[in-house]
Design a binder for this molecule. Structure first.
Ligand SMILES: Cc1cc2nc3c(=O)[nH]c(=O)nc-3n(C[C@H](O)[C@H](O)[C@H](O)COP(=O)(O)OP(=O)(O)OC[C@H]3O[C@@H](n4cnc5c(N)ncnc54)[C@H](O)[C@@H]3O)c2cc1C
Length: 594
């Protein structure tokens, strides 16, 4: 069975040294008291829960999957999932960063992200149950009426009830404007919903007393397309005013998908038969309201792949130190043994360091983004809130797509470290690869993230958000421009920054003439931007690590950063060339010739 040790040291490095979060919190009245000791204590306990309670369930969930009883429409989760969930609720983990007004602990979101990284390393499938509930909490917190908040938020905060997001229908996934589920207004101001949803994660299960579905549907007079979508809250059991459970609502699980990975998470087909619902936000503004949940979920999906990258790396390192095959090309390293451990071989190290760099870079980006979310919510300064929100909007598609693409690469490389044994189920490595693949697809495929980044977030505002990030990069380059030991990082960062500016301008011009140019370049463009952000964050980290080379942690950090700059960042040259090659090679072939 795979092993997992929470990477507390690197989390502490990112939080306390790179981001200096407790200093940042001092400017936020609601977090001003959150100091280094509090943060470390929470991380330590969260790590114990993830590694001790959740991690042992991961192979069990994969083997057993979820079972639907077609008569009762109830779903049984794998052995141990429910007991672990009860411990999660009893430990107050679901309430960590929720609003104290609804029973939350009010701690910063960046701490919640650390918790979720660890939970995802332990078991992505299990973690999706509380993860989706948190998304539903965020959405109702932002857009719910006072009555909806009073009914649902305390139970979603505690985890007694769980949440889902019901968007997808059989004929529409990416293009939600096509959705058909109907909502008929009732005389009492409520609605009756009828339709079918598919692929609903955690759509039915036995972990929580009630399931709060957030459902996109159309009102009778709604305009066609995405401008005619409204959001409704549709609980499995209708809540009573005192918080107790009332009548069973007309929303049922009619089937479970058999799928490549995350077997422990129930991916449900849901039927709505005149289900009772209430409107969330304004009529026909459902997509905007749902975006709160979708943006939280996009960051959450990035965390899923970060968690998988870390756990795959840890297990691959342990194996590479233990497995003896062949001698080192530069002479035996373990002459007393029949062969050297495979960690002596350069290409095994390439695989390991790729995963390590993607884990450490991903963690830095995920925490940096989560801190922006804290600032956007809790800063006293309006300008700072706005600035943080804008930067986060730019980074969200990068967190989702770059971290999940990297997670796919990293888990696959770590499987490769095991040779044929990686492909065999008992080591658990192939599960990480299977689980990682969905992260590139749901919450908007990575293609859609790339279109969002280039089309909307960059060209859509004439590069204003990109310039904001560019100003941060330039500031760092100017600060370190004459510091000789930093040149090996600052120079490639500056070079890539210039190239991104040129590429963006070129794509902007091309897009004026032909919008397909955006679609043709977007995926490569996002990956180039992902590397720019990693190069920036790694340069910040190198600045700290260079000064502390008498300590093994910082020596390892610097070695990882140097590997990143030498072996992974150069991929940008190929990506830029490909992005510049335009739409023609893709669109030239007549459809009939495919
Ligand atoms: C395990 C699992 C769990 C899920 N959980 C949920 C959930 O909890 N709630 C929920 O509502 N949904 C959920 N989904 C659905 C998921 O979000 C969708 O599958 C996803 O958004 C893609 O939609 P689709 O499958 O219909 O693919 P399609 O939209 O049909 O896309 C097919 C392909 O076409 C590409 N494409 C589409 N439009 C464009 C375009 N304009 N430009 C370029 N390429 C394009 C896509 O990128 C993709 O490669 C889940 C799916 C799975 C498999």
């Amino acid at each position: 069975m795979p092993q997992y040790t929470p990477p507390l040291r690197d989390m502490q490095f990112v939080l306390h040294e790179m981001l200096q979060v407790s200093e940042v919190f001092k400017a936020m009245p609601r977090h001003a008291e959150v100091d280094v000791d509090t943060i470390n204590a929470v991380l330590e306990e969260a790590g114990k829960f993830a590694a001790g309670v959740v991690a042992p369930l991961n192979p069990v969930g994969d083997r057993e999957g979820c079972k639907l009883d077609k008569d009762t429409h109830e779903v049984r989760t794998p052995t141990g999932f429910k007991a672990a969930y009860e411990q999660f609720v009893a430990g107050g983990w679901g309430a960590l960063s929720c609003d104290p007004e609804h029973g939350g602990q009010g701690l910063p979101i960046v701490l919640n992200q650390c918790l979720y990284e660890m939970l995802n390393s332990a078991s992505q499938a299990w973690t999706m149950y509380p993860g989706l509930s948190h998304g539903a909490y965020e959405c109702l917190h932002a857009h719910g009426t006072e009555e909806q908040k009073a009914l649902y938020l305390p139970k979603l905060t505690s985890g007694e009830w769980s949440g889902t997001m019901c968007l997808t229908e059989p004929h529409c996934g990416t293009d939600l404007g096509l959705l058909r589920t109907k909502a008929e207004p009732q005389p009492d101001g409520s609605y009756r919903l009828t339709g079918q949803k598919i692929f609903i994660s955690a759509g039915e299960h036995d972990l929580a007393g009630n399931i709060v579905h957030l459902v996109l549907a159309r009102l009778p007079d709604a305009p066609p397309g995405s401008k005619g979508i409204s959001l409704f809250v549709v609980p499995k059991f209708l809540p009573q005013a005192d918080g107790g459970l009332g009548e069973r609502n007309g929303i049922f699980c009619s089937g479970l998908e058999h799928k490549m990975g995350i077997h422990g998470n129930a991916t449900a087909q849901m039927v709505l038969e005149g289900a009772h619902g209430t409107l969330v936000g304004e009529p026909n503004q459902g997509l905007q309201a749902m975006f709160v949940m979708m943006n939280a979920a996009r960051l959450g999906v990035g965390m899923q792949s970060l968690g998988l990258t870390e756990v795959a790396y840890q297990n691959a390192v342990a194996y590479a130190k233990d497995r003896l095959q062949m001698r080192s090309l530069s002479g035996p390293k373990a002459p007393d043994k029949p062969a050297d451990p495979i960690i002596v071989h350069p290409d095994v190290r390439r695989m390991l360091l790729t995963a390590r760099a993607y884990a450490e870079g991903g963690r830095a980006l995920a925490m940096y983004s989560a801190l922006l979310l804290d600032q956007a919510h809790a800063s006293e300064d309006e300008e700072e809130r706005q600035e943080a929100a804008e930067l986060l909007a730019l980074l969200t598609p990068i967190v989702k797509a770059f971290l999940t693409d990297n997670g796919w690469i990293a888990t696959s490389e770590c499987l490769g470290v095991f040779g044929g044994h990686g492909y065999i189920a008992e080591w658990g490595m192939e599960q990480f690869v299977r689980d990682a693949r969905i992260n590139m697809i749901y919450e908007g495929t990575n293609t859609i993230q790339a279109l969002d980044l280039l089309g909307r977030k960059v060209l859509g505002d004439n590069g204003a958000r990109m310039k904001r990030f560019g100003a941060k990069v330039r500031e760092l380059i100017e600060d370190e421009g004459v510091n000789e030991p930093m040149q090996e990082f600052v120079n490639p960062l500056a070079d890539l920054g210039d190239k991104v500016v040129k590429l963006t301008t070129e794509l902007g011009f091309k897009a004026f003439q032909n919008r397909d140019e955006v679609g043709a370049a977007a995926v490569d463009y996002l990956r180039v931007c992902g590397h720019l952000v990693f190069a920036y964050l790694f340069t910040l980290q190198a600045r700290i690590a260079l000064k502390k080379q008498d300590d093994a942690f910082y020596r390892a950090k610097l070695a990882t950063i140097r590997f990143y700059f030498a072996k992974l960042l150069p991929e940008t040259a190929m990506l830029i060339r490909r992005a510049r090659s335009g739409a023609q090679p893709l669109m030239a072939m007549d459809e009939a010739l495919f």
